[in-house]
Design a protein around this ligand. Structure first.
Ligand code: ADP
Ligand code: ZN
Length: 207
């Protein structure tokens, strides 16, 4: 964003499926801002307790300290006037409210970097990410590697049976798939797996 002059804020959105490197990219941009001695604040929804409570950790183990929030409006309460750069991870869990919050922060002159899944486990647009993409100054779409065939993967394949939109988990519950290998019906995907997770769980005495 070299074209931005003065104290104008803006919104950068980073989307893609799970394992595409969104958290890594967020951490990279925030670290660079810190090296430039800018004041940075980082938020993530408390729902994602994948690895650590007050930290964003990528699937490859990269980490950065963050503030846990239960809803998007908490960002406005916690943001300090002198903060210049704001990172928000896993914005798909924060609802429509996060769109207003990002807009307000950018209008206050802050650089807002927000990441999230742009599609859900059935391949449908995952609100509020499409709305964030529409209002962003800059968009980055990342791809993972399809675990079946090695092609670029745009989808998050759910491997466990659930009709819930949000089932938090990582390895074993989800994997990256390309458009050819993606099976939007999780039951089919689960049946085709050699050692289905549910069967392994049953064998281990879990329900
Ligand atoms: P996201 O935030 O998009 O879920 P992360 O930044 O947490 O992604 O993790 C990205 C890292 O995940 C990669 O650098 C790589 O080490 C690892 N990884 C695991 N499985 C895959 C895959 N199928 N494709 C690409 N990266 C993968
Ligand atoms: Zn594939």
């Amino acid at each position: 964003m070299d074209i931005v002059k003065g104290n104008m804020g803006w919104i950068e959105v980073v989307v893609g499926p799970m394992f595409s490197g969104k958290s890594e990219e967020l951490i990279r941009r925030l670290r660079r801002a810190e090296i430039a001695r800018q004041r940075v604040q980082i938020f993530k929804p408390a729902i994602d307790e994948r690895y650590a409570a007050n930290e964003i950790i990528s699937h490859s183990g990269l980490g950065i300290a963050s503030d846990n929030i239960l809803k998007a409006s908490e960002i406005m309460e916690k943001v300090q006037p002198r903060t210049e750069v704001i990172g928000i991870d896993e914005a798909q869990f924060l609802g429509d409210e996060v769109v207003d919050v990002c807009t307000k922060l950018a209008n206050l002159g802050k650089r807002v970097i927000v990441t999230g899944l742009d599609t859900d486990y059935r391949g449908r647009p995952f609100e509020p990410m499409p709305r964030l993409l529409a209002i962003a100054e800059e968009i980055t779409k990342l791809l993972a590697i399809c675990v079946r065939c090695g092609n670029p993967a745009v989808h998050t394949q759910r491997l466990v049976e659930s009709e819930e939109l949000i089932v938090v988990g990582a390895t074993g519950m989800y994997e990256a798939r390309c458009r050819r290998c993606f099976e939007p019906n999780p039951e089919q995907a689960h049946e085709k797996k050699d050692t289905p997770l549910l069967m392994r769980n049953r064998a281990a005495g879990k329900s």
